[in-house]
Design a protein around this ligand. Structure first.
Ligand code: TRP
Length: 892
């Protein structure tokens, strides 16, 4: 049974007449070759002496017309043994029926195998590959000489994976062959992570709209690889349409049914199909077949006649047919338009006579031989040693189909000329394929080049064997096309799924800062741990940059220079003070306090340097503590000074009030004495209030000096204690700050305890505030150097610097925080140094004439002509008063 025609003729739809079996149309030269091959094989076997020597094989040919109903009709007719099908009746006489070879496509074979199975009638198929047919339960008498499609689906899946295609389209014929084949393929590739871009089904009956839709899908899809499981008959309308739309740049993966089909591979198709890769079943040369094919007699039967008419595009008139069939070949001949029967087949380049790709043809040949060998074995059963009940044998002239089935199942033979051994393993043969590449040759035609093999019975690694160099891809490319929905995500990025799209379609999302991916197609980015951070490309974790304000860098050097300069200037001031130690000005400003002040400034200047460099345990402790103590000493000295200045200012105020009252009283007394003539009133020395702002007179000022020193000492001591406790309990220590800036590790000092540092520097601020308040109160105390004013001013500078420090500090990051801190320290130290010591140095060095006892005294400040002002004027007034009194007394 062969699908010699491609379809059944459409019925006229008239239901009022007796229905007749519809005719077939679309003569298929390729399948006709298969038919002829069966005849050739039967002839060959009948001519052999070693195979079925005493028995001749006969045959009936049924045309299944690629249609299930025709195949079923044929099967029933065959079983009936008449021209008409009478189910369940055997009307034929003569030789027993042996086996059905056929029926063509899998869907046809499935239909026929179900009927034949009922009668235990063997069927050997040469082309039905569908995996469903392997079920012995459903198809107990079905055998085939072509591999099961399970192998082909696996082979295709392996090929797709082999070339790294992850985005493929599939097209299947609308039959068991297409559906099962594509299903097997899809299952395997999808398991391996390949995505199916589209799955189309080719219509069985001509449907231009459906074909149009498929073309549209193919054009719109980005898949460059299209797998097609279909017979050539079903596929050819699509190929024609693709040619019209000039759909190029696709690589087609062909199943065995169309890989070597002339129906598809016709001239002009190369633009669409060049580069196609496909699987062809085993090929062989069959010696003598070509002769047989070319020797075909058109008058043999209706089929050969139709073949002839179709091939040569002529008709046999009834008369001519009768005439010619009676004549020997050489004498034939009829006028034009009609077939002569002498046309030369050899001159025509037709797929019928093309024996270059004998694949299914070879399968037909093997099928006939399998039946012949089974019959041979049946015939040569040794009596008494038979396989059937009672060791009986079957009779070749009258055997039951199931008896032949037994022999067919167990047949094992070598195919003539090829030495291929055939046996049925559960009805199937081994899965062997040639991998065929469609290459355009110099004539612009497509030739089939075998570029590899697939052997389904080998171990999985060795199954596929492809010679890459011999493959020519579409558009003459030398490297395999890429077929991916989305290009690989490079290291540094990760796959981001697209909602509602297959997993192969994704976006590549760059890893966030601090995260990396070091593989292609990473699903997640990995967070760099601890001391590591992502590099610019986000493909590796690199150690974070370690940051601290180093000694060597320009900013560090600048700060060192400035603080060294500050320290030197402070020391210079100290030297100037030592040189002028005896002078009134130095004496007037308690030298000890001045030196402690200078010392503290040197400390603060120098501790700025300790802030630089990589923080160590010692440097963290030293810098913070030295700064706290330096400031404490400095500020407490200033505060002591200011406190005493304030006290003195207050004392002066009370003294002045008292003196003014005394003077008033004296004046009144003098006037009264003058009036009364009693000059015995003597006003004694009022000088003791004049020298109040110096420590020059220990007897007088001992208390004040001691006071300010004591204040300074106590205030500093408190800080010393606080710092000691701090250092013991929670000392500052170096830490790696990784949180402030992602890409850097900032080496810094941790204060140990926020409470402590607040207390300690809060205490410094408190001292500063007190110093400021005291000095502010005392600022009206008029001496020549306005000590209180300079202290006020110095403290103001101090406050301004530290208040502006806060926002500056908070808005910087990393090592610049240290720089800001150092700047604040240096600025406040310079501020205090300048405000407190610059005026004094100016006098000591530039205006030594002002450095007198006199100048150290509070100045007179006349106000509205009355008794106001300083003690000096008060003294003068008192002296005057005395003198007046005295003179008055003398006058008296
Ligand atoms: N393997 C196909 C099936 O099982 C039949 C087939 C093989 C075929 N080769 C072919 C059909 C060539 C048409 C043409 O259905």
């Amino acid at each position: 049974m062969f699908p010699v025609h491609s379809r059944i003729a459409s019925s006229d739809g008239n239901t009022s007449r007796v229905p007749v079996s519809s005719g077939c149309e679309g003569f298929n030269f390729r399948t006709f070759r298969w038919t002829q091959t069966m005849l050739f094989a039967i002839n060959e076997i009948n001519g052999r002496n070693d195979l079925l020597p005493n028995t001749d094989l006969g045959y009936v040919i049924y045309d299944s017309c690629f249609t299930i109903s025709k195949a079923v009709e044929g099967t029933l007719t065959y079983l009936t043994g008449q021209d008409e099908a009478v189910p369940n009746y055997r009307c034929g006489t003569g030789a027993p029926l042996a086996s059905l070879v056929g029926a063509g496509g899998s869907d046809l074979s499935i239909a026929t195998a179900r009927i034949l199975g009922l009668y235990h009638f063997p069927q050997v198929s040469y082309s039905s590959t569908c995996s469903a047919l392997k079920s012995k339960f459903q198809f107990p008498t079905f055998l085939r000489t072509i591999p099961n499609d399970d192998h082909q689906s696996t082979a295709m899946a392996q090929m797709v994976l082999h070339f790294g295609w992850t985005w493929v389209g599939t097209i299947a014929a609308d039959d068991d062959y297409g559906k099962y084949g594509i299903k097997g393929f899809k299952e395997q590739v999808e398991e391996a992570g390949v995505c199916i871009s589209f799955s189309e089904v080719l219509p069985k009956v001509s449907s231009p709209e459906a074909i149009q839709r498929i073309v549209q899908t193919v054009v719109e899809s980005t898949a460059k690889i299209i797998v097609v499981f279909s017979s050539d008959v079903d596929l050819s309308p699509l190929i024609a349409e693709l040619l019209q739309h000039n759909v190029t740049n696709r690589t087609w993966i062909a199943s065995e049914a169309w890989v070597t089909s002339a129906l598809i591979n016709h001239p002009g198709v190369s633009s669409v199909l060049s580069g196609t890769l496909g699987f062809g079943v085993k090929r062989a040369d069959i010696p003598g077949l070509q002769r047989h094919l070319l020797d075909l007699d058109p008058y043999d039967d209706g089929l050969t006649e139709e073949f002839w008419e179709t091939l040569f595009n002529c008709t046999f008139s009834d008369k001519a047919r009768w005439l010619n069939s009676t004549l020997p070949r050489a004498a034939r001949g009829v006028p034009g338009g009609l077939c002569t029967g002498t046309e030369s087949l050899a001159q025509l380049n037709n797929t019928y006579s093309d024996i270059s790709q004998l694949r299914i043809t070879y399968s037909v040949y093997k099928a006939v031989y399998a039946v012949a060998h089974a019959l041979h074995n049946l015939e040569h059963c040794e009596r008494g040693k038979g396989p059937f009940i009672g060791n009986s044998c079957a009779d070749i002239t009258d055997f039951e189909p199931w008896q032949l089935m037994y022999y067919l199942k167990n047949v094992r033979f070598k195919v003539p000329n090829t030495e291929e051994e055939i046996y049925f393993d559960d009805g199937d043969v081994e899965g062997f394929y040639d991998i065929i590449n469609w290459q355009v040759n110099s004539n612009g035609e497509i030739s089939y080049v075998t570029v590899g093999r697939y052997n389904g019975s080998a171990v999985p690694e060795d199954r596929m064997n492809i010679n890459h160099h011999s493959i020519v891809w579409n558009n003459e490319m030398l490297k395999p096309p890429r077929s991916v929905c989305s290009e690989n995500c490079q290291p540094g990025t990760r796959k981001g799924i697209r909602q509602g799209e297959p997993v192969c379609c994704f976006d590549c999302i760059p890893c966030a800062d601090g995260e990396i991916s070091n593989t292609t197609n990473a699903r997640e980015c990995i967070l760099c741990s601890g001391d590591y951070w992502s590099n610019d490309a986000n493909d590796a974790c690199v150690p974070k940059i370690i940051e601290f304000l180093a000694f060597g860098e320009p900013l560090g050097i600048t700060l060192i220079v400035i603080s060294a300069f500050g320290a030197l200037v402070t020391i210079g001031v100290g030297v100037v003070f030592i040189v002028h130690i005896g002078t009134p000005l130095v004496k007037a400003n308690d030298a000890l306090l001045s030196f402690s002040l200078l010392l503290s400034l040197v400390v603060t200047f120098l501790c700025a340097i300790v802030f630089l460099g990589e923080p160590q345990h010692w440097s963290c402790m030293t810098s913070q503590v030295a700064l706290a103590l330096g400031f404490a000493l400095c500020l407490s000295s200033i505060m002591g000074k200011a406190a005493v200045l304030m006290l003195r200012a207050q004392a002066l105020k009370t003294a002045r009030t008292r003196a003014r009252a005394a003077a008033k009283a004296a004046k009144a007394a003098v006037e009264a004495a003058a009036d009364s003539g009693r000059p015995d009133v003597i006003i004694t020395n009022t000088n003791n209030i004049n020298d109040a702002n110096t420590c020059a007179n220990p007897e007088v000022d001992y208390l004040t000096c001691a006071h300010q020193r004591a204040i300074a000492a106590v205030a500093t001591l408190i800080q010393v204690i606080a710092c000691t406790v701090w250092l013991i309990i929670l000392p500052p220590h170096p830490v790696k700050n990784t949180s402030a800036q992602n890409i850097k590790i900032i080496l810094e000092c941790d204060e140990g305890s926020v409470v402590f540092i607040c207390c300690i520097f809060g205490y410094d601020i408190l001292l500063a505030l007190m110093a400021f308040i005291f000095a502010f109160i005392a600022r009206k105390l008029e001496d020549h150097f306005s000590e209180a004013k300079s202290v006020t001013f110095g403290m103001l500078v101090f406050f301004i610097v530290w208040i502006s420090f806060v926002p500056a500090y908070l808005s910087t990051r990393g090592k610049f925080m240290v720089a800001v801190q150092i700047f604040a320290i240096l600025a406040s130290s310079f501020g205090m140094l300048t405000c407190i010591f610059l005026p004094k140095c100016y006098v000591l060095l530039v205006k030594p004439e002002r450095n007198t006892e006199e100048m150290m005294r509070p100045r007179a400040r006349p106000r509205d002509g009355t008794w106001t002002g300083t003690s000096a004027s008060l003294a003068t007034a008192a002296t005057e008063v005395n003198a007046t009194i005295a003179s008055t007394a003398i006058d008296d």
